[in-house]
Ligand binder design. Structure first.
Ligand SMILES: Cc1cc2nc3c(=O)[nH]c(=O)nc-3n(C[C@H](O)[C@H](O)[C@H](O)COP(=O)(O)OP(=O)(O)OC[C@H]3O[C@@H](n4cnc5c(N)ncnc54)[C@H](O)[C@@H]3O)c2cc1C
Length: 758
């Protein structure tokens, strides 16, 4: 563009628009700004651009553990899992002493601490893998291991601590000599954590008999994991300096400290009782507790930077713990529910063969596949230096929500067998613990409504943040120049995305710039079309709503759902390629892709139905649905194929559930169901033969193999095998029962019910 035209554009178009834009800009608090600035942008940025470069995703190295990590997983992690009896843990309301000892002495609390400080120095992928495996055995044990390795003292020290504090605390944390917790939440400040009323005043006080500059802190925190047993309390509070002992500022801001729980005035030790789980969780209080400056994480140089420090850690941390827990639960549901649905017969048929149950099994299987794909890829991006704040919010929300649905489905398929709690029940503990995952690290409704798209739009959009920054430049000329540049690039991209989205939607993505691979090429092409459409819809919705979008949470949530489906579907395709395109897994991939594309269609429709500025909605409807809303949920034949993968022994079932622990001991709840699954496969083989030879008499002969021998339908040896299989199956469908006094309060935790006596 020539200079004259550019000057005219700036003067007559951009300048008035900029004046209007500045008035529309939503007010942004420092804490919001810090949350948006936290972390990095990766594949999410590509999805927002409307021009995803699939080679970035496909060329990302396949996530793999090192030999040393694999050995730890096969060794100490398996040993720990075998030691865990979740029924006993839940009844005792604590991990057994030998489990605590094992966890501490094998370095589980120091997985993320570098080797130079005595830790195991594991990758984020390994950290996630360990939590996944333990969670398939006991949520209480998984949370206990997870917390010291996630957002908390160790990570904060590694990123911001002084070298002196690192050298002192990290080796002690790594060896489990210190048990850490981190206290942010207060009764008044839950989701709105930045509004904590807990405060500290900079002053002089006495420490180790000396007059020392420090802080007098008062706090009242609740819900703090590991607090009742913690020796080291990480604490967030707002720091004030009324006497200007540190500088000019009086309200310094949120500050983080590490306080030994033996410090006079620290009240800690009482317990909450979260969802009937046994992990340690409780409140802590302190009134006018004096701490020296050296207790502040990073020293006084980091005073007031606590919120940014927390947000930076959260950007990465949320991608690990809860996605791992959720994937573990989904894989566990897949393995055990598939087994039970094959073992359990009603109306003479394994319940998993009924179409209604197949639907539930298909949802569980495809969830296990998709969550593993997203978990693994996202964790390994952390190992490559990313801190994907938007993607980690996507994973936190969608992993926990999909896990909740998978656990619900698993409970439904198990019927009464899932409800009757006791040592034979491997599912009920997971069912009870679901709300914990939903609520912690950003409660789910808030995460969906405010964070995924709300933060994602600003963080990942190629122009939005740059436009806001340009508008705020102090020099009006510089502001006009920078804003003009961004604005017109933005308009160009919007028009291009609208045209390309329309084109891809009428040609079913056939001409999209996406990989053309056998079997899954069409999926890439459709996903590409959906991505361009999302970019166009998101842009125009934001353009017409401006700052108002912050209050339109439901619209923001739906746009976030679309972004999330695009991300998870990308991970599914990436996993399939990384796994070597095994054709047996294809139904899982196709189900996931069709389901994601259908959800995207539904959410886009909902956004357009609710968009206040109707002309924009009409225009976007033409762009997004030029041929109408033709996508359908995955067909029954696909659900049947996915469910069958859980009902048959084989590599796909093993691959799908490869991260979890199940016992080989037939007296263990999971080992019993595995043994019954093998027995059921044997029984069904006999059933086919008996049906062929005895017709209607087969059902009675299957239950009483002696009848089959009498009718020469089975040999003696075969009948004995069937009798053994029937006994194993019978045992596996049994539930626990208790003498009434065993269930009354105070019954010894180690009381074993009659049915469990081995
Ligand atoms: C078992 C457990 C362990 C925990 N461990 C720790 C710990 O170790 N350290 C720590 O500091 N904290 C911990 N927490 C606290 C946890 O992070 C908070 O519970 C969480 O932040 C939510 O706060 P709240 O429970 O007060 O819910 P509230 O903030 O009261 O929220 C209630 C509901 O409103 C929704 N909501 C709130 N604001 C919005 C909004 N703007 N838009 C849409 N929806 C909204 C929420 O999503 C939620 O559904 C733990 C909590 C639990 C239950």
């Amino acid at each position: 563009m020539n200079d004259g035209l550019l000057a005219w554009r700036r003067q007559w178009l951009t300048k008035p628009f900029l004046a209007w834009y500045k008035k529309q800009l939503p007010p942004m608090s420092d804490t919001e700004r810090e949350a948006i600035a936290a972390g990095t942008v990766w594949w999410d940025g590509q999805l927002f651009s409307g021009r995803p470069d699939w080679s970035i995703l496909r060329n990302f190295p396949k996530p793999e553990l090192s030999a040393e990590e694999q050995a730890f997983l096969d060794g100490p992690v398996n040993t720990l899992c075998a030691m865990l009896d979740d029924w006993k843990i839940r009844r005792d309301r604590d991990l057994p002493e030998e489990v605590w000892r094992f966890i501490r002495s094998n370095g589980f609390f120091g997985m993320i601490i570098p080797k130079e400080y005595g830790g195991l120095g594991f990758s984020a992928l390994m950290h996630s893998q360990v939590v996944l495996k333990i969670s398939s055995r006991s949520l209480s044990a998984a949370v206990t291991v997870m917390v010291p390795n996630s957002l908390g003292p160790a990570e904060l020290l590694m990123r911001y601590g002084t070298e002196e504090s690192r050298k002192y605390y990290l080796p002690r944390l790594a060896k489990g000599e210190e048990i850490p917790c981190f206290a942010l939440t207060a009764p008044e400040a839950g989701s709105d954590a930045a509004s904590i009323p807990d405060s500290g005043i900079v002053c002089h006080g006495e420490h180790k008999g000396q007059r020392t500059l420090g802080v007098r802190v008062t706090w009242n925190k609740r819900y703090i994991t590991l607090a009742p047993v913690a020796t080291l309390l990480g604490l967030a509070f707002r720091l004030h300096d009324p006497d200007h002992l540190l500088g000019d500022k009086e309200d310094i801001g949120i500050t983080l400290a590490l306080i030994p729980t033996t410090t006079p005035g620290v009240k800690i030790g009482r317990r909450h009782f979260p969802s009937d789980q046994a992990f340690q969780n409780g409140p802590t209080q302190g009134k006018d507790v004096f701490i020296p400056m050296e207790y502040l994480i990073g020293g006084k140089e980091h005073a007031g930077q606590g919120w940014r420090m927390l947000m930076d850690c959260l950007a990465a941390g949320r991608a690990i713990s809860l996605p791992a827990l959720s994937t573990g639960a989904a894989q566990f549901c897949a393995r055990m529910t598939g087994a039970y649905a094959r073992v359990r017969r009603q109306f003479g048929v394994a319940v998993g063969r009924f179409q209604g149950v197949e639907e539930a099994l298909a949802r569980i299987a495809t969830t296990a596949y998709a969550l593993e794909a997203a978990r693994k890829l996202t964790a390994s991006t952390l190992d490559k230096g990313e801190q994907p704040s938007v993607i980690s919010a996507i994973l936190k929300y969608h992993a926990t929500e999909r896990m909740r649905a998978a656990v619900d489905d698993a409970m439904d398929v198990h019927g009464g067998r899932g409800i009757q709690d006791g040592p034979r029940n491997y599912l009920f503990g997971a069912y009870q613990s679901v709300p914990v995952a939903i609520t912690v690290e950003g409660a789910n409704i808030l995460t969906r409504s405010l964070m995924i798209f709300g933060q994602g739009a600003l963080r990942c959009h190629p122009h939005l943040l740059k436009e806001m920054e340009a508008a705020k430049l102090a020099d009006p000329n510089e502001a006009l120049k920078a804003f003009d540049k961004q604005l017109f690039a933005h308009i160009g991209d919007l028009i291009s995305n609208m045209i390309r989205a329309f084109w891809h939607n009428i040609t079913f993505g056939a001409f999209a710039h996406a990989p053309s691979l056998p079997r899954i090429g069409w999926m890439y092409h459709h996903l590409h079309a959906a991505t361009v459409t999302f970019a166009a819809v998101a842009d125009l919705v934001m353009g017409t709503l401006g700052g108002e979008l912050k209050r339109k949470e439901s619209l923001s949530a739906r746009l976030g759902d679309i972004l999330s489906e695009l991300y998870i579907a990308s991970c599914v395709l990436k996993r399939f390629e990384d796994d070597g395109l095994p054709k047996e897994d294809l139904p899982l991939v196709e189900w996931n892709l069709r389901n994601s594309l259908c959800t995207i269609q539904r959410r886009t429709d909902e956004v357009l139905n609710n968009l206040p500025f109707r002309p924009a909605a009409w225009l976007l409807r033409i762009v997004a649905f030029p041929l109408g809303r033709w996508r359908r949920v995955p067909a029954d034949r696909l659900a049947h194929a996915c469910a069958t993968l859980l009902l048959e022994p084989g590599q796909t079932r093993d691959r799908l559930t490869g991260g979890i622990f199940w016992s080989k001991n037939p007296n263990d709840a999971t080992g019993r169901m595995e043994a019954a699954f093998t027995a059921a496969v044997e029984r069904d083989h006999f059933d086919d033969r008996l049906r062929a030879s005895l017709g209607k008499g087969a059902r009675a002969a299957l239950a009483d193999p002696e009848l089959a021998v009498r009718h020469n339908a089975l040999t003696r040896a075969e009948a004995d095998t069937l009798i053994r299989a029937n006994a194993i199956i019978r045992d596996a469908i049994d539930v626990d029962d208790f003498a009434p006094e065993e269930l009354t309060a105070g019954a010894s935790a180690s009381d074993r019910p009659a049915a469990a006596a081995e």
